[in-house]
Design a protein around this ligand. Sequence first.
Ligand SMILES: [Zn+2]
Ligand SMILES: [Zn+2]
Length: 211
Amino acid sequence: MRYPLVTHDPPLFQAPAESPPPSAHAPHVTVLSPSVRDLTFEGRDGVPVRVRGQLLAFGTSERDEHSHTTEFATRSERCSACRWFEVNIALVEAEIATDDCTCASSPNGDHEASCGLEPPSGRYLVVTAGRTVVPEEMNFRRAEFTDSPLEVVELLRVESARDRVAREAAGRSESEATRTLPPISARALAQAAAYDDDLRSAYLAYSAARS
Ligand SMILES: [Zn+2]
Ligand SMILES: [Zn+2]
């Protein structure tokens, strides 16, 4: 990835530990919950959002291969190496604001364990980004806290470009927009559902209502 959206301390993407040989006494697959870490996301206008919690899901539509021979896709060309969508869903224990840190400086600059910890603005943090490498185009980022698993789903529903064109052609206002879950967001929700029962219920309810 060219510009990591999320950084981790300690690093999240470590080589997987050597897994123990499967035991005859433990035939069931256990889904291990992501560990609690300090996570930094880029929010609106690139302002960092720092939390301590579990990264339940990450998804991206980014592709390595460009679909065109020019350096960048034109306005109407679709290329997921030029423009893509990213989503992160975190279960939050605390927000971190070390701006007013009063820790005595340790030799390696570490903060004390509870430094800057504040009650979270919500149990879940949903970070979405529309990314682009095309010059003159803007990255759009959003970071929203919510306590509601249903709202997590709502935050991920968007109006597709095709639906928007059709709605505008019909002269209907934005409040009448049809919003759906993009495939990347649906996959991220499905990932998160493996670790969080409330998100699982919300995602299943959404899927059932649409089928
Ligand atoms: Zn491209
Ligand atoms: Zn500190």
